[in-house]
Design a protein around this ligand. Sequence first.
Ligand code: ATP
Ligand code: MG
Length: 189
Amino acid sequence: MATDTKREHQPVKGPRIRKGLVVVNTGNGKGKTTAALGVLFRAWGRDMRVKMFQFLKHTGARFGEKRAAEKLDIEINALGDGFTWRSKDMQRTEDLAREQWEICKQAILSDEHDVIILDEFTYPLHYGWVPVEDAIETLKQKPHMLHVIITGRYAPDELVEFADLVTEMREIKHPYKEQGIKAQPGLEF
Ligand code: ATP
Ligand code: MG
């Protein structure tokens, strides 16, 4: 036990490579965005340059993470008109997502960040608003040490194939479905 707590790294076979990773948090269970926020918090603690882009979420939304980010002086960029299934104007939702992807691309290629989160970016990919090839091409050109975390359901197979780290959140129970309990502030938004 004592040796375990002392050991900082797991033993690995082969060379230890330092490299920015492409991470995907997908699946139907809860925790995709919050896991990404956990990394953001951790990296921020190390004075790394972090930035989050939220797709689909309303530009003016003041979710808990947005409030925290302001207090911590972390940039969260949201450009959207709310969730897709509530959108009255799908064309606008789509256009905003495309527009935001162009901003993300610049950020990814700029070499000004150490961690970039593309929250709910799987949806524009899934619905074909942003071509998966375009996303992968951009990720191929990212700065070597930059970590990019993509969240959302229905991650396209090509992206899963390309990513270094993919986690599927699996729903076992959710209070909304089991008990009709609505989203709780702090825990969910
Ligand atoms: P979180 O932001 O809490 O980490 P998430 O990013 O994994 O959740 P999303 O698909 O982005 O999940 O949905 C966000 C909202 O939907 C949250 O309020 C979350 O509790 C809720 N949610 C997530 N999974 C489920 C589910 N399986 N059934 C019902 N609601 C869910
Ligand atoms: Mg989410």
